[in-house]
Design a protein around this ligand. Structure first.
Ligand SMILES: C[S@@+](CC[C@H](N)C(=O)[O-])C[C@H]1O[C@@H](n2cnc3c(N)ncnc32)[C@H](O)[C@@H]1O
Length: 128
């Protein structure tokens, strides 16, 4: 995490966006204390708080984080790829409101996730 902070200080124009270690540790504690398995974050930036929270999730836990800036998201992803808890983190690029709307639509109507309804029917027939 020190590397991530140093990278931000050296390379990012908006260093003020980065959460500090106190905020990161508080978020990490809250995830641990609540026993959360799923976390939704609005505003990933470089992924510091996402990584802090993900470290407190169980191995099958997931953290979805929304980021409107694709360039920032790409940098965050490159740091997640080499991190111990990066596999728990899913960065959704775009306006958070849109991401939340499409997630709500998918949850309300899971069949819409299937691009090919015939394939879904064949799958159901095989399993019955
Ligand atoms: C304060 S920073 C987040 C800091 C980060 N959580 C951390 O701890 O390092 C806010 C981030 O939210 C992103 N953002 C701003 N508006 C957004 C929106 N409508 N949807 C998704 N992301 C947005 C910005 O690009 C920025 O990276």
């Amino acid at each position: 995490m020190a590397t991530l902070k140093q990278y931000t200080m050296d390379n990012m124009p908006s260093t003020g966006m980065l959460s500090g270690p106190i905020e990161g540790t508080l978020l990490q504690f809250l995830v641990w204390a609540t026993g959360a398995k799923r976390v939704l974050e609005i505003g990933c930036f470089i992924g510091f708080s996402a990584q802090m929270m993900a470290s407190a999730l169980p191995e099958d836990g997931t953290l979805t984080t929304c980021e409107i800036d694709p360039d920032v998201a790409a940098i965050a992803q490159s740091h997640l790829d080499g991190s111990p808890d990066g596999h728990k983190i899913d960065i959704r690029i775009g306006p958070a409101l849109e991401t939340l709307r499409s997630a709500a639509r998918a949850a309300a109507n899971p069949r819409r996730l299937h691009a090919d309804p015939q394939a879904r029917l064949r799958g159901l027939a095989r399993s019955s």
